[in-house]
Write a protein that binds this ligand. Structure first.
Ligand code: ADP
Length: 157
């Protein structure tokens, strides 16, 4: 049984995230979407709101659960949840350069492996930050976020 973790702050979840999580769920038996608190980033949505949006979006996908992640090490979260793999989406060389040292460190700490999935070309330009900005300025982001997120972003503009 292979269990994988897809970590992130998901503030908010967008279709680039969903696409990577769905691909992870076709590769692994179980996927945990681990939503980090990340207080240093001053998130727009509370941890509960971010988890609710992820849960509402994932209801139709089997084998996916959504869990909060404390401020501890991701490698320890994986070990505590019996997950041997971390799945990350890569948009660009910037992501690659940031992620590879973390992957090496996580593997050395607990043996957890990181699997990188290249972002779908439709979504390489997406980030939560950009989508919040565009939505705040009245742009239509309905093609880029799940319905549960679109509604909340519109309501909190
Ligand atoms: P962070 O945890 O740095 O705040 P996010 O919550 O935005 O990052 O994203 C979580 C993970 O989702 C990232 O580490 C990355 O692997 C992946 N990701 C982010 N944006 C995209 C995208 N547009 N396409 C594919 N994967 C993405």
């Amino acid at each position: 049984m292979l269990r994988a973790v897809c970590p992130g702050s998901f503030d908010p979840l967008h279709n680039g995230h969903v696409e990577v999580i769905a691909r992870a769920s076709s590769l692994f038996d179980e996927v945990i979407v681990a939503v980090s608190k990340n207080p240093s980033k001053k998130p727009r949505f509370s941890l509960e709101e971010r988890m609710d949006m992820a849960r509402e979006t994932m209801t139709l996908l089997r084998g996916i659960t959504v869990e909060p992640m404390g401020e501890g090490l991701l490698a320890e979260f994986c070990r505590d949840h019996g997950a041997g793999v971390i799945v990350k989406g890569l948009r660009s060389a910037v992501d690659y350069n940031y992620e590879v040292p973390m992957a090496a460190m996580n593997r050395q700490l607990t043996g957890v492996e990181t699997v990188f999935l290249s972002a779908d070309s439709h979504y390489t330009h997406l980030s939560s930050t950009l989508l919040k900005e565009v939505s705040g300025l009245g742009g239509d982001i309905s093609d880029y976020v799940p319905r549960a997120v679109y509604k909340r972003l519109k309501d909190t503009r």
